[in-house]
Design a protein around this ligand. Sequence first.
Ligand SMILES: NC(=O)c1ccc[n+]([C@@H]2O[C@H](COP(=O)([O-])OP(=O)(O)OC[C@H]3O[C@@H](n4cnc5c(N)ncnc54)[C@H](OP(=O)(O)O)[C@@H]3O)[C@@H](O)[C@H]2O)c1
Length: 309
Amino acid sequence: MSDGATRVYLTGAGGFVGSNLARAFAGHGADVVAPTHGAVDLTDARAVARSVAAARPDAIVHAAIWNDPAALLTDRRRAWSSYVGATRHLADAANATGAHLVLVSTDWVFDGTQGPATEDEPPNPINPYGFLKAASELVVTERAERGTVARIAGVQGLHLAHRNTPRRQDAGFGYLVASLVDALRQGRRFTVWDGPGLNVLATPTLASDAAELIWRAVQRGVTGTLHCCGGEHADRVGLARRAVAAFGLDENLLAVGPPDPAALPAGGVPFDTRLDATATAAALDAELPDLDTMLARLRAELDPSRSAA
Ligand SMILES: NC(=O)c1ccc[n+]([C@@H]2O[C@H](COP(=O)([O-])OP(=O)(O)OC[C@H]3O[C@@H](n4cnc5c(N)ncnc54)[C@H](OP(=O)(O)O)[C@@H]3O)[C@@H](O)[C@H]2O)c1
């Protein structure tokens, strides 16, 4: 498959991860078809089938999710149809058009005691989000004729569709570095949470790096389960300290403290979700960046006048 000839049907392109995928794919000359949620609701099987058939993609990359962790517990039907149903509709559409289906998934399919989890470690989710993602993974592995599960983890980076909205700290790692950089650059104190009830250990991943790995999977037609993550594990406080150093920030503004109990989701979150990506790196012939490389790249993304590592 040559770069210019690749047509990718991308879901969730208006989101954090999806906006990075869209940019990376376009940067490789791909023809990206990315209908908005308003244009195609993925819970509508007919709309998905029509839209994918019209696009005739080489690959479908599915990054959309209903991103409302609390509501997943209270509206289980909508949750099931938004995660599992949507993935099934895309698998059927992929099979009908001969496309390769790539599901963007998560390290939270593991229970927090399995790290560093290899690609073939059986998922054992402990909360509704992890359960719905693990069920969606099964749809891809069992139903798609050419299917890939691309797990990402502790995602750092810039939301390219909503640039000025770094998400607040939560029980996971997502956006942690951008949030603390935002605070410290404004002279505000940032308390990185540590303690029980949190995802404390993970394998931080730059969204744009994950996008490059997923592009490689598409180009090479790699199927199966991949860990499209960074190359170095970290705990929350360690990541925060390395970020302060990498961005040349005032370490006196960084504090460590317990989480806001209101921010801890019901059902809990997995403690240690480190991913082992040795097999993925070999399958994609890719070198996974260490933390300092990842942070230097993130700094270059945040400050485009700087050159990337
Ligand atoms: N962020 C992380 O730290 C992280 C970590 C591990 C894995 N992931 C995975 O990465 C993927 C993307 O996550 P994200 O953080 O980028 O999410 P996000 O920023 O909330 O984006 C989700 C996107 O999905 C769209 N969407 C939601 N429901 C839809 C539907 N029924 N039909 C069509 N589009 C729909 C949303 O559109 P509207 O906004 O218009 O509704 C939005 O554009 C997910 O699969 C997630 O599991 C993320």
